[in-house]
Each structure stands twice: as structure tokens, then as C-alpha cells.
Write a protein of this length. Structure first.
Length: 122
């Protein structure tokens, strides 16, 4: 399967992967591309959110203050600031950091240092 998440049996029981399966290089490449695209989409949405608040913040506040009359402009800004901060943290932790980790694993597998490390550990 070209570019798919192909798994092959690992050499030896209990070694080399989850439940005795070894992840192929193609699967790692595919996973890294998915994680990269998710990161980019997340950051684009975050940029859109920020731009929308910068350009139309007063309009957004006026719309929301009709729905929640007790909200002040400072509270509205703080809610969106914290929301963007949490969204950025989630994007980084769930998509960008795993992307970097898969890239490092791919580079180590291509140089052969990962296989040597696994053999030395067992």
C-alpha cells in the first residue's frame, strides 16, 4: 500500500513495537505529514481568530454583549486571550511536538542509529 500505514510483524515476540508490530518508514512519513498538516490548520485557525478579533473586536463584543449583557469588554478580551492560549497549547502538544518526534525518529532510522540503540537496549 503506497503511502499508507503499513505494519509488518516485528522480529521476536514482544520487541520492536506495539503488540509485536513494527511501524514501517512509510507509516512514519504519512503520520508526520498528517501531524504537520494538522499543526498548520490549527495555527491558521488561530491566526484567523486573532485577526477577526483585531479587525472586528468591537463588532464581536457588541454581538456577544447582547447575548450576555453582564460581560465587560475586559472580560470578553480575557476570555478570547485565554481561549487562544489554550488552543495554541493544544495544537503544540497534540500535533506539533509529535510531528517533531516523528521527524527525529525518521532521521534516526535513516541513519541507522535507532536500530543500534534498540539492539543495545535488548
Amino acid at each position: 500500500m503506497r503511502g499508507g500505514l503499513a505494519l509488518s510483524p516485528a522480529h521476536g515476540a514482544g520487541r520492536g513495537g506495539v503488540s509485536g508490530m513494527k511501524v514501517t518508514d512509510g507509516a512514519l512519513e504519512t503520520m508526520s505529514q498528517i501531524l504537520l498538516r494538522c499543526s498548520i490548520i490549527g495555527f491558521v485557525l488561530l491566526l484567523y481568530w486573532w485577526g477577526w478579533l483585531e479587525l472586528g473586536g468591537d463588532l464581536a463584543y457588541n454581538m456577544h454583549s447582547r447575548l450576555v449583557p453582564s460581560i465587560s469588554k475586559e472580560q470578553f478580551d480575557m476570555i478570547h486571550y485565554v481561549g487562544m492560549l489554550l488552543t495554541k497549547a493544544v495544537i503544540m502538544l497534540l500535533f506539533f511536538v509529535p510531528y517533531l518526534a516523528t521527524i527525529l525518529v525518521i532521521k534516526k532510522r535513516k541513519t541507522g542509529t535507532l536500530d543500534k540503540t534498540v539492539e543495545e537496549a535488548s
